[in-house]
Each structure stands twice: as structure tokens, then as C-alpha cells.
Design a protein around this ligand. Structure first.
Ligand SMILES: Cc1ncc(COP(=O)(O)O)c(C=O)c1O
Length: 368
């Protein structure tokens, strides 16, 4: 797949003293998630008069913003998350980056922000990966997590859409999101707090959604769960998604059920890819409302066989236990089910270029 050619010129100021090979290799042995950052970052600015201007790739460093900046007070900010993988033949592969570029446009619209043209988004991602290519490790389970983000930076306390914006991309070497876990995770079904409601920002990837989820995430942690599972805001009945991932259920008769995109759930790119792969594997897909009551019945009757979380960070992670105030459901004896494992392996093999990419999802970054 080829990206359209961006007419945009990036000024490139290479880091004068990037991390030594030895120190970088040390980090890449055990990067965790989101703890370390590569040598460079992208910055592009926007104002009403100039549009997008001053695109630069330079060393990773703190940003200087006014204490009155709109982002600090009114959270006018959006972000994306995608990964670059090292293939066995040395190529660096991006997974569906144009889908992230498109979702970034949608998020910007919802938060009354200017749209970053997709070709600029893609070019910026590509250029950062190229300059920091040594940070894309070939260790199994390793990737370079790319975090594009944009925020309103107007220096005015009145509540208003900012008249100035900054777009950045930073990159962070990553391994599995859920470390130190068994093959399955436990999730906390939250009944007091919701993540997003009708007409709200649930479908946008904006920081406010995550801020609203943190108190429930604390409940999850206190109950020894690694993620929170949200119900809908109106009836507190319908399963929506996890704090940072979508959720899928595999039923006895090869049916994959996942909550429909109802205007409050983030349209995960991994979710979309899995639905396609599952369909190609012969599963029947049901995107529909699925209630917690139905889930409990399905567990009791053994109709529900497997549950998994899916997202860029988590890839596909089996859920073995769903805890809630009055009890818990155990799924597949807390093991990773056959279909979950098959989908996981297939997705990772496509992302890493080990098998044919029939859907045209993978883009190889030109490195020279
Ligand atoms: C709330 C939420 N839902 C779902 C997802 C999964 O989206 P994707 O597969 O595009 O990473 C994410 C992660 O980005 C998320 O934060």
C-alpha cells in the first residue's frame, strides 16, 4: 500500500546527542509500556491565519505552553495510538495507519478542532519511524508505539474552541500491555460510573473520556482487576467497552458477539480488523446490544465460551474473570480459548508480516 504524497515539508533537526546504542538496547530489552521515549518527536502548528505550518522533527523534549493554555483548563485535546513492528526481513510495518488518520479527523471534528489532512498525519508518522528506526526492536512481542496528539493552545481563559493548535507525535518502545499477568486478565464490571453517554464524546479519542474513566479504573485495581468494563450510561444494563479496549464474546455455535457501535463506544481499529478476520474464518458476527444479564445467563448455561479484550495496546487478550459487586463470572476456566488464540496469532502474524496480508492493512515504511 502506498501513501499519497504529502505536499508538506518537514524541517528535520536531528538530535545532536541521541541515546547511545548500548543504552537504547538496554531499554529495548525491557521497555514496559509508555515509559521510555525515542530520540525524536514531530511538532506541527496551526493558527486560523496560517493553517498548518512549521512542521518539524527534532529531539524529544518538554513543550513550553502558557498556564492559560486551553488544553489545561478545558481539555480540548485528542490523540491516537498505533504501532510499528519489525518484520523478520528487517522491514518496519505499520498496521492500518490510514484508519488512525481518519479517526483523528473524526475526533477533531467532535472537539471543534481543525482537521489534520490525512496525508500529513501519515507522512509525519512515517518520517518519525524512519528517523527513529533503531527503536523498532525485533524482540518477540515488541513494537514501537506511536502516539499522535493535538491540543488547543490558545492563551485565553474564556470557554471557547482554541484559535491555536499544536499537533505532535511521540514514540515509545512497547512490549505486552498486560505484563506479569497469567494468560487471561480479570476485569471489573463497573455499575456506579459510566464512561460516555449519548451525544457525548465516547466515539472520539479524547483525553476527557479517559479522565472520566479513572475513578472506575481505581475500583478495578482495588478489586485486583486490570481493566474496567463499562455499562451504558442510560440504563446501566448494556455492555459497552473496557477503559482502553473493545470487547468480544465467542459463543458455543461459532458466533462472535460484540457491542454495536452505538455512538458511545470507540470504533477500535483492532475490533474492526478482528471482525473481518473472524468472518473470513467462518464465524458469524453479531454486532448488537449485549446486556450484563444476558452475559450472566450465557455463562451459567455454558453458551458463552470465550471473552477477549482487543485494542492496539492489548492486541487480543483473553478475559478469564469478570468481577462485579455481588459476584463474579469465570470464563473458560481462566484459560485462553481456541478461537481467541487463533484470532490473536493471525492478527499478530499479519501485523509482523509473517503471513499474507489479504486485506491490504500493512504498510512497509521506506527506511532510506
Ligand atoms: C476506549 C477505547 N476503546 C477501544 C480501543 C481500541 O481501539 P484500537 O483498536 O483502535 O486501538 C481503545 C484504544 O485505543 C480505547 O482507548
Amino acid at each position: 500500500m502506498n501513501f499519497p504524497k504529502s505536499p508538506f515539508l518537514f524541517k528535520i533537526n536531528k538530535h545532536p546527542s541521541p541515546l547511545s546504542d548500548k543504552k537504547r538496547e538496554e531499554i529495548l530489552k525491557n521497555p514496559g509500556f509508555g515509559q521510555f521515549f525515542t530520540d525524536h518527536m514531530v511538532i506541527i502548528k496551526w493558527t486560523e491565519d496560517k493553517g498548518w505550518y512549521d512542521a518539524i522533527i527534532s529531539q524529544y523534549k518538554p513543550l513550553e505552553i502558557s498556564p492559560a493554555s486551553v488544553i489545561l483548563h478545558y481539555a480540548q485535546g485528542i490523540f491516537e495510538g498505533l504501532k510499528a513492528y519489525r518484520a523478520k526481513d528487517g522491514r518496519i510495518l505499520l498496521f492500518r495507519p490510514e484508519a488512525n488518520a481518519q479517526r483523528f479527523v473524526e475526533s477533531a471534528k467532535r472537539l471543534a478542532m481543525p482537521e489534520l489532512p490525512k496525508d500529513i498525519f501519515l507522512d509525519a508518522v512515517k518520517q518519525l519511524v524512519k528517523i527513529d528506526q533503531k527503536w523498532v526492536s525485533d524482540h518477540p512481542n515488541a513494537s514501537l508505539y506511536l502516539r499522535p496528539f493535538m491540543f488547543g493552545n490558545d492563551n485565553l481563559l474564556k470557554v471557547h474552541p482554541s484559535r491555536e493548535y499544536i499537533f505532535c507525535i511521540i514514540a515509545s518502545p512497547a512490549e505486552s500491555y498486560f505484563t506479569g499477568q497469567k494468560t487471561t486478565i480479570s476485569v471489573w464490571l463497573e455499575t456506579d460510573y459510566s464512561r460516555a453517554g449519548p451525544g457525548g464524546t465516547g466515539t472520539a479519542k479524547c483525553g476527557g473520556n479517559y479522565a472520566a474513566s479513572l475513578i472506575a479504573q481505581n475500583n478495578a485495581t482495588q478489586n485486583n482487576c486490570s481493566q474496567v468494563l463499562f455499562l451504558d450510561m442510560v440504563e446501566h444494563k448494556w455492555i459497552e467497552e473496557l477503559g482502553g479496549m473493545n470487547i468480544c464474546f465467542i459463543m458455543a455455535n461459532n458466533i462472535l458477539v460484540t457491542p454495536a457501535l452505538n455512538g458511545t463506544i470507540l470504533a477500535g481499529i483492532t475490533r474492526h480488523s478482528i471482525l473481518k478476520l473472524a468472518q473470513q474464518m467462518g464465524l458469524t458476527i453479531e454486532e448488537r446490544p449485549y446486556s450484563f444479564e444476558e452475559l450472566k445467563e450465557d455463562v451459567k448455561s455454558s453458551h458463552l465460551k470465550e471473552v477477549f479484550a482487543c485494542g492496539t495496546a492489548a492486541v487480543i487478550t483473553a478475559i478469564g474473570r469478570i468481577k462485579y459487586k455481588d459476584g463474579e463470572c469465570i470464563i473458560a476456566n481462566e484459560t485462553c480459548g481456541e478461537i481467541t488464540e487463533k484470532l490473536r496469532t493471525q492478527l499478530i502474524d499479519i501485523q509482523k508480516g509473517n503471513i499474507e496480508d489479504k486485506n491490504g492493512w500493512v504498510h512497509s515504511v521506506r527506511l532510506s
